[in-house]
Design a protein around this ligand. Structure first.
Ligand SMILES: Nc1ncnc2c1ncn2[C@@H]1O[C@H](COP(=O)(O)OP(=O)(O)OP(=O)(O)O)[C@@H](O)[C@H]1O
Ligand SMILES: [Mg+2]
Length: 402
């Protein structure tokens, strides 16, 4: 979809099976809604790059002074040459994908003998030094099995690169939408496991971090998968420290991804923890239905996943129609009802009607523990589910259509 900020439409090239990089027209992969609503005169500073550069330098100094243990600061700094060497000079066959920040490459860092993913800031992209600094700061404070690990960064000269642990199964988006021929859809148990793990990552940000953090960018492409489909949340460049004291919201420019952004936040610019819960509900719906948050290839009535799902939530008999046809009826009816109930609560219009993340975690941990066995619980009839066109042709499908 188009980047609101640039006003351009962009096709994302990373789903190309050859994994070749194409130069983006605008902000590639940037389904970011960068709209300054200026609803209450509260503008997030947009031109403080000098200050931010200073912050980056300070981060470097922190490590150089070798007081990491005191500050709990774990990330390493790398030189640009080290990262170039790790990726064979950013060779196209090391290219993993591309988002609003820039291109992502797989590499091997000899210094630490580890396979890593290296994200290089595109100076013409939608994101900038601000996101780079917030990412480093957030991840240097965070430590949870469901958050991707930041190994280090490079802030040499104009260069801004982030070095993460490599997640071998890529993003959830790659496993739900536009599957390449031959790739099997993920099964029901795996979907519940991913949902529960992602919820635990979000719970850590909301309830365990000090100060608490609102993620602001929860979506399928930001849920990365490790061995055994272990999910980890990634991309914290838009994260915000949550409200303090009696306040229930922070006022900010509306940023996030179209289709995942809570309507209340989009309308008022008031960001709350419940904005993340809405985005989580959209991800849950994608996991259940296999549909995209926004799909311009569908008829107008079905383009927005939440708008399509809302009337169906009201009638249990319609629930089977909502299930991803690629599951071929292999899901537990009771489990489906329960997870749809959670999704419906998360995407409610009224933010105060949405559950808190701790309750979502409790419910999803339970659902994930109830293993569905297609042998003992035979598949449901797929009546009402149209045949799926979601497998793409021979590597030709490249756009994300979000
Ligand atoms: N740590 C990682 N390990 C393996 N693959 C990764 C890693 N980080 C990113 N990728 C790959 O790179 C792709 C692009 O990631 P990136 O976060 O830059 O963009 P995005 O999530 O698609 O969009 P956005 O910029 O809006 O977050 C991902 O979809 C994923 O396939
Ligand atoms: Mg991302």
């Amino acid at each position: 979809m188009g980047c609101f900020f640039c006003g351009g439409s962009n096709k994302n090239s990373q789903r190309n099976s050859s994994r070749e990089s194409k130069k983006p027209n605008h902000c590639t992969g940037a389904d970011k809604v960068k709209v300054d609503l200026n609803v209450n005169g509260n503008k997030e500073a947009t031109s403080k790059d000098d200050q931010l550069s200073q912050d980056v330098k300070n981060l470097n100094l922190k490590e150089a002074s070798n007081d990491g243990a005191v500050h709990g600061y774990r990330e390493k700094t790398f030189t640009f040459d080290e990262l170039a060497a790790a990726t064979g000079n950013f060779r196209s066959d090391c290219f993993l994908g591309e988002g609003g920040f820039g291109k992502v490459y797989k590499g091997h860092l000899d210094k630490i003998n580890q396979v890593v993913a290296i994200k290089q800031l595109d100076p013409n992209g939608c994101q900038g030094v601000r996101e780079f600094v917030v990412e480093v700061l957030t991840l240097s404070l965070a430590d949870h099995p469901n958050l991707v690990k930041l190994i280090g960064f490079c802030g040499e000269g104009e260069q801004r690169l982030l070095v993460y642990e490599y997640m071998p199964l890529g993003s959830l988006e790659n496993h739900l939408h536009d599957l390449p021929p031959g790739r099997k859809a993920i099964d029901w148990n795996t979907r519940m496991k991913i949902a529960a793990g992602a919820a635990r990552g979000l719970e850590y940000l909301h309830d365990k971090m000090k100060p608490p953090v609102i993620y602001r960018d929860l979506k399928c492409s930001n849920i990365l998968l490790g061995e055994g489909y272990h999910p980890k949340l990634s991309d914290f460049g838009l994260a915000k420290v949550g409200p303090s004291g009696d306040k229930t919201h922070v006022s900010t420019r509306v940023m996030g991804t179209y289709g995942y952004c809570a309507p209340d936040y989009a309308m008022t610019g008031q960001l709350t923890f419940k904005s993340d819960i809405y985005s989580f509900g959209v991800v849950l719906l994608e996991l259940i239905t296999g549909r995209k948050a926004i799909d311009h290839k569908k008829s107008a009535r079905e383009q927005n996943l939440v708008a399509w799902a809302r009337p169906l939530f009201k009638d249990r008999r319609k629930f089977p129609q909502m299930v991803d046809p690629l599951l071929e009826g292999q899901y537990p009816v009771r489990g489906l009802y329960q997870v749809l109930a959670i999704a419906a609560m998360c995407v409610q219009e009224q933010p105060n009607m949405r559950p808190v993340i701790a309750d979502v975690v409790t419910a999803l941990n339970y659902l994930a523990s109830q293993k569905y066995d297609p042998q003992t619980q035979p598949g449901q009839s797929c009546k009402g589910s149209p045949p799926s066109p979601r497998h793409v042709g021979n590597g030709t499908q490249t756009d994300r259509q979000m």
